[in-house]
Design a protein around this ligand. Structure first.
Ligand code: HQG
Length: 182
């Protein structure tokens, strides 16, 4: 499997494991797990072909560790990023670092100043502990603008934080007063 194939299969997996399992009539359980045999079989309906070994390679080498296997490697799921409302990743609340970052773009700033950071179509607002990641996330949409979030302060005010298997920090929403816009 070359890099291009890996990338396109990874994109396809993001689609069916996070957003639209119905695209290939795939069943996800309530914790987001798909049966690997079923996934491989049903992907063929869209002419997307891969083996268990290909999946192993993708899980290991994916730049953001987007996917994970269950213990006996019969199931796979996305570690975060779902828009499917019913999936519960069973993440435990954890203490965040003092500051977390969010990369966005200028066209959203006015709305964010008005409403804070909202989860929009996903299950959570996504934050990172390092600036680099936030820059990359913002750059997906144009010239990045980085917001600093006073996460520990939020925690002390009753907000919950989660950290996904692949190190993405998640919370329900960030009120304006905890955001530094400079
Ligand atoms: C913005 C990728 C208006 C927010 C990335 C963002 C990440 C608001 C967009 C992950 C707003 C939502 C998530 C408000 C927030 N008004 N706009 N009140 N509050 N926004 O894609 O954080 O590669 O759902 O700034 O790396 O960009 O797919 O979230 O621009 O980890 O694994 O609304 O997706 O991961 O966009 O990205 P998204 P995101 P993967």
């Amino acid at each position: 499997m070359n890099t291009k194939d890996k990338k396109s299969i990874s994109k396809f997996l993001s689609l069916v494991l996070r957003h639209q399992p119905e695209h290939i009539d795939l069943k996800l359980d309530k914790n987001g797990w798909a049966n690997i045999e079923e996934l491989i079989e049903k992907s063929k309906s869209k002419n997307i072909k891969f083996t268990t070994t290909d999946l192993e390679e993708i899980v290991i080498t994916n730049d953001k560790k987007r996917f994970a296997f269950n213990e006996d490697k019969t199931k796979i799921r996305a570690n975060q990023g779902h828009s499917l409302k019913t999936i519960d990743l069973q993440l435990k609340p954890v203490t965040p670092p003092e500051i977390l970052y969010h990369g966005t773009v200028a066209k959203f700033i006015e709305a964010i100043k008005e409403n804070g950071l909202q989860k929009m179509s996903r299950q959570h607002v996504h934050l990172s502990k390092d600036l680099d990641t936030a820059v990359k996330v913002g750059t997906r949409r144009g010239k990045p603008i980085i917001l600093s979030v006073r996460a520990l302060d939020m925690l002390n005010n009753g907000f919950l934080f989660y950290c996904s298997e692949n190190g993405v920090w998640l919370t329900d929403n960030v009120p304006v007063k905890f955001i530094d816009f400079k």
